[in-house]
Design a protein around this ligand. Structure first.
Ligand SMILES: Cc1cc2nc3c(=O)[nH]c(=O)nc-3n(C[C@H](O)[C@H](O)[C@H](O)COP(=O)(O)O)c2cc1C
Length: 189
């Protein structure tokens, strides 16, 4: 099993990163091979809606994303971790998610050559917000969960936590345990 972690906060070593590491530790302990991609260290432009990928399944933008597309295809589970920025996901995570366009044709159907690798792929999410009410992150959960349902992938679940200062989440044992379990679940066939 391969579990891919996608880190969407620009604050490396911050709360989203800590929880994603917990999830990847859970996956590793369950026997999976794990890899983490830190989006802010990659060059990922926004989707241009040029529609070229509708025909070819190949993105016209030559940046860091095509390599990430390959890693998504090869993973059994992809776990995303992202903080709330202005009641939404970070710019890094949004640019990444929009580039999922490459997988679909003009009718938002899977390109035939991608579907065998994407079928049954598990998609998980971790959110962190400064607000003590974790439901501040509901729009992000909605975005990922709806994408997963719409594209007939498998929803692994969401871990929603609250923390403000860098690393503050380390004190939240319950959130760390939940993230660990999410990773373990991702590594379980
Ligand atoms: C630009 C920016 C916007 C933010 N907007 C929100 C927000 O709308 N709601 C919220 O609850 N927290 C907001 N926060 C706080 C972060 O979600 C919080 O500090 C989180 O722990 C950051 O996670 P990280 O350490 O993984 O980067 C914002 C932080 C920044 C830097």
């Amino acid at each position: 099993m391969k579990v891919l972690g996608i880190m969407g906060s620009p604050r490396i070593g911050g709360n989203s990163d800590i929880l994603l590491d917990q999830a990847l530790a859970g996956a590793r302990d369950a026997g999976a091979e794990v890899e983490k991609i830190i989006l802010c260290q990659q060059k990922i432009s926004g989707c241009l809606n040029c529609e070229k990928c509708n025909e070819t399944g190949i993105c016209a933008l030559k940046d860091g994303m095509p390599e990430i597309h390959e890693k998504i295809l090869e993973a059994d589970a992809v776990i995303h971790s992202v903080p709330v920025y202005f009641w939404a996901m970070t710019a890094q995570m949004k640019a990444y998610l929009d580039r999922w366009c490459v997988f679909f044709d003009a009718e938002w159907k899977w390109h035939k050559h991608y579907w065998p690798k994407m079928k049954g792929k598990k998609i998980g999410l971790i959110t962190v917000c400064g607000d003590p009410n974790v439901h501040t992150a509901d729009p992000i959960v909605h975005s990922f969960k709806t994408t997963v349902d719409f594209t007939r992938l498998s929803w692994l679940g969401a871990v929603m936590a609250s923390a403000g200062a860098k690393g503050e989440i380390s004190k939240n044992e319950a959130a760390k345990r939940e993230a660990y379990e999410l990773g373990k679940k991702g590594a379980t066939p």
